[in-house]
Design a protein around this ligand. Structure first.
Ligand code: NDP
Length: 520
């Protein structure tokens, strides 16, 4: 039962496509966070002590029930304004795939290992992975499953309890997923949702043993700073300004199709979406023609029409994005860009809609090429060469995702030189769902990763337990003299000789040799 704090007004959750009030949820604040984290902390040891198989079963039960619950997608579409095909084809599909992979990854990530020390050959060290305890997940408004509840999957499988604070703009999907978690018989306190505004998120950071944060660079910096002060691990996945590069060797049809989709998916409100396009001059005319054709064909409207047909673009979830789009557009036009499609809010629709907007003739000093837009506006800049494309692509304080279209070897070589945690060649965006690969931004796009085996192990503490190998006890007594009181000049002399013998030209030096060492 969620209680509202008397002093803080409830949060009004509004459907961005219609302006209709969907629900009011409490801002639970510090007191709500304390209740949720305390309950999670009590539940965590029991959950962490279960065999991985049992935790995996709980996650699968949850996934199956989510797939059976028509209300999940309905809620997600209503509160985010995104087309149903994106709700199902990106968010729900992602959650299913993530659970499948993470169960397998957890087997490897949590497996105990033995290490055999080189120096202390009489000993062996066992690595044991313990959960952290309670992990706080803080999510943004653009992907109510993918960057919110889905981020609970790895910490849960690693044996932690999770408290999720979704964005105040889109909390309803998270609430529903937590209800389903409990409804299928999973321990309710192991996965809890607290609703609230920014201060509620900040209160969560104060109490948990690890933080997974997805959101803006500005908030991520504050969260990471506080987690740093508390000395708890913190993963931040922040903004992006993803470049899309079209080399002269590219398949232009395919590049234009991918550029249109990756720029306007969820009306441009995706961290890894294409934010700026660079095309080599030699093919720019044809590429722009093809892109204009595709953007012109986009259908925009209410996200879940009774006919089930379309649209391609729904609403803008967060009205502040409309202002950013307008500011970037105005700035680009003053600086000489050409508006070829779109450019206005849709007055004919009830909610927050902005036409898919395409600019040509962009230049580097325009805000649209430098700052995160995160809305249905994209700009194309012509470049003289692949080298110039690379310089422009790398001229950013962000480095989350990048796309390059071009002939195989050239595009692959180009990809390695882009300063970005994710790069995709001759396709776009689907690399987010390659859950096998660690996903993490470079530069100010964040620290740490989600996905991969790394994405599970980071929610554990490794304990290294070193023990004696019983059969080697006599040797150990000999070695122990080096590191024991009383210190003795003769022992020191032997130690010094032994160290030189071992490392200067001895066994260790042999082991350090690299292939090719010693060749002229
Ligand atoms: P914000 O940073 O504004 O908010 C993110 C979350 O943090 C929200 O739940 C917010 O609550 C909460 N919050 C706000 N202030 C604090 C605080 N001081 N301490 C703790 N939590 C706080 O981001 P947006 O919701 O606006 O999301 C958009 C941003 O997210 C974009 O920059 C985008 O690039 C990035 N993003 C990154 C992704 C990635 O994987 N790298 C994926 C998706 C988005 P409330 O909303 O209630 O204020």
């Amino acid at each position: 039962m969620i209680e509202a704090s008397a002093a803080v007004p409830p949060i009004r959750v509004v459907a961005p496509a219609t302006g209709e009030l969907l629900a009011e949820v409490p801002d639970e604040g510090e007191a709500g966070v304390a209740r949720a984290v305390d309950a999670a902390r009590s539940a965590a040891p029991g959950w962490g002590a279960l065999p991985l198989r049992d935790r995996a079963e709980a996650l699968k039960r949850w996934r199956d029930a989510i797939l059976d619950d028509a209300g999940v997608v309905r809620t997600l579409v209503a509160e985010s304004g995104k087309p149903r095909q994106e709700a199902e084809g990106i968010e729900v599909l992602y959650l299913c795939e993530l659970i499948r992979f993470t169960i397998r990854a957890a087997r490897k990530a949590l497996r105990e290992e033995t290490r055999h020390p080189f120096l202390f050959l009489t000993k062996k060290t066992r690595l044991v992975r313990h959960p952290l305890g309670v992990v706080g997940v803080i999510g943004p408004w653009n992907f109510p499953i993918l960057n919110n509840a889905a981020d609970a999957v790895a910490p849960l499988l690693a044996g932690n309890a999770v408290v999720l604070k979704p964005s105040e703009v889109t909390p309803l999907t998270s609430i529903r997923l937590a209800e389903i978690w409990a409804r299928v018989g999973n321990p309710a306190d192991v996965f809890r949702v607290v609703t609230g505004r920014g201060a509620t998120g900040a209160a969560l950071v104060e109490r948990v043993d690890g933080v997974m944060f997805t959101g803006s660079v500005a908030t991520g910096r504050k969260v990471a700073a506080r987690a740093g002060e508390r000395l708890v691990p913190c993963v931040t996945e922040l903004g992006g300004k993803s470049p899309f590069v079209v080399l002269a060797s590219a398949n232009l049809e395919r590049a234009a199709e991918a550029a249109a989709w990756s720029s306007f998916v969820h009306s441009g409100q995706a961290c890894i979406r294409t934010e700026r396009i660079y095309v080599e001059e030699a093919v720019a005319g044809r590429f722009e023609e093809l892109l204009v054709e595709r953007v012109r064909a986009l259908r925009q409207g209410p996200p879940d029409p009774p006919s089930g047909e379309g649209p391609d673009l729904g609403a803008v979830t967060f009205p502040r994005q409309l202002e950013i789009v307008e500011r970037h557009l105005a700035d680009a036009l003053v600086k000489g860009a050409r508006l070829v499609i779109g450019g206005k809010r849709r007055k004919d629709l009830a909610g927050y809609f902005f036409e898919p907007t395409l600019l040509l003739g962009a230049t580097p000093e325009m805000a649209v090429m430098r700052e995160e837009t995160f809305g249905p506006l994209v700009a194309v800049m012509r470049v003289k060469s692949a080298e110039e494309a690379l310089r422009q692509a790398n001229a950013s304080h962000l480095g989350l995702n990048a796309t390059v279209f071009g002939g195989g070897a050239e595009a692959r070589a180009f990809a390695r030189r882009i300063e970005s945690g994710l790069v995709i060649v001759n396709d776009a965006l689907v690399n987010y769902i390659v859950v096998e690969a660690p996903l993490g931004g470079w530069k100010e796009s964040g620290v740490g990763v989600r996905h991969g085996i790394e994405g599970v192990r980071q929610w554990t503490r490794t304990q290294a337990i070193t023990v004696r190998r019983p059969l080697l006890a006599p040797v150990e007594r000999l070695v122990a003299k080096f590191l024991a009181f009383p210190y003795d000049a003769r022992v020191l002399a032997v130690l010094r000789r032994a160290t030189r013998l071992l490392y200067r030209r001895g066994l260790a030096a042999k082991l350090e040799r690299m292939p090719g060492d010693g060749r002229p």
